[in-house]
Ligand binder design. Structure first.
Ligand SMILES: Nc1ncnc2c1ncn2[C@@H]1O[C@H](COP(=O)(O)OP(=O)(O)O)[C@@H](O)[C@H]1O
Ligand SMILES: [Mg+2]
Length: 683
């Protein structure tokens, strides 16, 4: 894409014509292990410049159809059959992903960012780094804000009611979710229930935005639940499903008439969609009647929609030469539709079969994952390889994104963008920052007052020093690891979604996160140590202080890593906290302070634990420089009073080296845990 092509806010975008023929989707039920057909034998089309609304009772298969059309299916053992074409050519999953976007039902947004920041971050991560100037991206962000009527709240925080952070309304959030996808300038938008959970005003706002996007030329497909009559006015085409079958598919304006012809006249004062839903949910026979009636009239109704779609396209000045034969295989001009409707559905099936055999696209039948895969990877058979997209890229005057050969955005740039975002999140979370600071300060003062002013009496001064160091470890292992669990709970959904969208990889996330977190952790550790060290009166030397600082910082980093690992392998923060508490208590127990002699079956815990080496390193550092006075006035060097249980047999430097190696090991484990969790879909 060039900068020039994205500048104008009145962007026209050539949508794509998506047609599906005899599409069925079968999954294997995880519990009963039986095959379950979720959508069966569906036909239909979604057209440029128009909004297709998919309705039906819950469980009708709306989301499944949307996923199938958007290439979003990842169910194991699922089989897809039938034929899906884009602009007349078989759909190629990768290319299609590039020109389409999918807005999920649930908004997963960063609550601490403003609307503009969220969309700008999406633009930086989704648009090509090369060949598009930063100013052009900003312009595109502004155009997107305007297009979605978000300019007024562009500098408002997204917010999150559950944590008491005031922000934008639900309808605005939904539009921000659309905006994140829209910066990519997609030709096709899929949205799962964009209006659900919103009040009628907000829902209408969202739907009006969608109609505006369609009127710019894009193809918009959404599922919808309980629309009021203002919202139904937004529909162009309409698809009604129940139990995985199509009850109606065609122009929205023809739906009432179709129902009437099938024997269900909508009372004139009633919202047609309410009426349709009440008919199909109350009367089981109605579903069969309508499905049969629709099967008979289907091609005629789809042809009508296709003809209307062609009119829309010419009104909007879109190119109507999608498929080589004509606008649509369903349209009367395309030669695919029936002018005379067959009398029986079996004859219709026959007709459909011959029509499709004549249509030289690739025919897909049969089950098994192989079929599903085949449908997704099919690219060039039928009308010539890549025909649809290659031709269209020329036709599309607005400059469609062409699929790049390499990665869009270099990793270092992604790290930069994410680092800025993590940094902003921390700075903007005063509660989190303050609570961290208060915790560290409180514990530093608490430990400081508890052991205030060490003395050098043998049996008192030595014990207090050992206990004080042990207690400091206890503080510095629980605080950062619990924070890690909490922040992971807040981040996990967004991370999963962005990883799914391939905005960046796990390594990028890791680098960005720790580029910010590491300095924060060091600062917290410094704060804790500065207060505590001088309150209790450890040996006053710069060298000792910095050894304390280095060891405690490394200790804290490992603790944080343990927190992340526990959070990643468990599904909920509660189980993460239980697991973490258990692990930390075990490690604390065998640091050499609570036991004089470690039982032989726990020796391995002690040998592996980072507590052991950190503890030994700090005790050696302190006790090497001081001596104690015994009851009879004799002087005893510090090293002689150190209990054997804390001696690792290593020198101070070696102990510190082991801890440093453990930091490296923990970072690797953490990274591996993140990768594994994502692979295994634990996120
Ligand atoms: N992977 C799957 N395994 C088993 N059943 C599924 C799977 N995906 C969807 N279903 C079932 O298919 C039906 C349709 O699902 P869905 O498309 O989500 O419905 P809708 O969006 O219309 O409410 C539901 O009954 C759902 O339980
Ligand atoms: Mg659904």
């Amino acid at each position: 894409m060039t900068a020039k092509s994205t500048g104008s806010s009145a962007r026209r975008k050539q949508g794509a014509l998506i047609e599906w023929h005899d599409v069925s989707y079968t999954v294997t039920d995880q519990v009963t292990k039986q095959k379950k057909t979720i959508i069966s034998n569906m036909y239909g089309l979604a057209q440029p410049g128009r909004l297709l609304a998919i309705m039906g009772p819950s469980g009708a298969g709306k989301s499944t159809l949307l996923d199938v059309l958007a290439c979003n299916n990842s169910s194991q053992g699922a089989a897809l059959s039938g034929r899906i074409t884009v602009d007349g050519a078989p759909r190629a999953a990768r290319q299609f992903a590039f020109i389409s976007c999918y807005v999920q039902q649930k908004d997963v947004l960063l609550s601490s960012a403003t609307v503009r920041e969220v969309i700008h971050t999406a633009a930086l991560l989704k648009l090509p780094y090369r060949g598009m100037a930063a100013a052009a991206k900003r312009e595109l962000v502004e155009a997107t804000l305007k297009e979605l009527d978000l300019a007024g709240c562009a500098d408002t925080l997204i917010g999150d009611e559950t944590i008491g952070l005031k922000g934008i309304s639900g309808g605005q959030k939904r539009r921000v979710s659309v905006g994140i996808e829209l910066v990519k300038d997609p030709r096709v938008l899929f949205l799962d229930e964009p209006s659900s959970g919103l009040d009628s005003e907000m829902a209408l706002g969202v739907m009006s935005s969608l109609v505006r996007l369609a009127r710019k030329g894009r193809t918009v497909v959404c599922t919808i639940h309980q629309p009021n009559s203002d919202i139904t006015d937004c529909f162009d085409d309409y698809l009604l499903l129940a139990g995985g079958r199509t009850l109606y598919g065609g122009l929205w304006s023809g739906a009432v008439d179709f129902f009437a012809r099938a024997g269900y006249s909508c009372p004139s004062f009633k919202n047609p969609t309410d009426y349709f839903m009440s008919v199909i949910t109350r009367d089981e026979a109605a579903v069969d009647t309508l499905a049969t009636a629709y099967a008979k009239l289907r091609l005629g109704l789809l042809a009508e929609a296709a003809d209307e779609g062609r009119a829309t396209a010419s009104q909007l000045g879109l190119s109507a030469t999608a498929a080589d034969g004509g606008w649509s295989t369903y349209s009367t001009a395309g030669g695919g539709a029936l002018s005379a409707t067959p009398q029986s559905s079996s004859r219709l099936a026959e007709f459909a079969a011959t029509a499709e055999a004549a249509d030289d696209g690739e025919e897909m039948k049969g089950g098994g994952t192989a079929a599903a895969v085949a449908l997704d990877v099919e690219s060039g058979s039928g009308r010539g390889s890549g025909g649809g997209y290659a031709d269209r890229a020329d036709v599309d005057a607005s400059g469609a994104l062409e699929e790049p050969a390499g990665p869009l955005v270099p990793v270092w740039f992604q790290v930069g963008v994410l680092t800025a975002r993590v940094w902003r999140t921390w700075i903007r979370s005063p509660v989190m920052l303050a609570s961290e600071l208060v915790q560290y300060l409180f514990f530093a003062l608490f430990v400081g007052l508890m052991y205030f002013r060490f003395n050098d009496k043998l049996g008192e001064g030595d014990f207090n020093r050992i206990a004080c160091i042990w207690f400091s470890f206890a503080v510095l292992c629980f605080t950062p690891s619990y924070t890690a669990v909490t922040s992971w709970a807040a981040e996990r959904l967004l991370l999963k979604r962005e990883l799914d969208q391939r905005l960046y990889g796990i390594n990028t996330y890791y680098l960005a996160r720790y580029a910010v977190l590491l300095p924060f952790e060091m600062a917290q550790c410094a704060l804790f140590l500065c207060v505590m060290y001088f309150f209790v009166g450890f040996y006053p030397s710069a060298a000792n202080f910095f050894i304390f600082f280095a060891v405690l910082s490394m200790f804290q980093i490992i603790s944080e890593g343990l927190g992340v690992c526990c959070a990643v392998v468990t599904k909920t923060p509660t189980s993460a906290v239980i697991m973490l508490t258990f692990v930390l208590l075990v490690l604390l127990s065998f640091s050499g302070f609570l036991t004089v002699k470690t039982p032989v079956y726990f020796v391995w815990v002690q040998k592996m634990s980072f507590f052991t080496y950190s503890f030994s390193a700090l005790l050696d550092t302190e006790f090497a420089k001081i001596s104690f006075v015994g009851a009879e006035g004799q002087t005893v060097p510090g090293m002689e009073v150190l209990p054997a249980s804390v001696d690792t047999g290593l020198t101070t430097a070696q102990n510190i080296g082991v801890v440093a190696a453990q930091v490296g090991g923990m970072e690797l484990i953490k990274l591996a845990a993140l990768h594994l969790a994502y692979r295994l879909k634990w996120l």
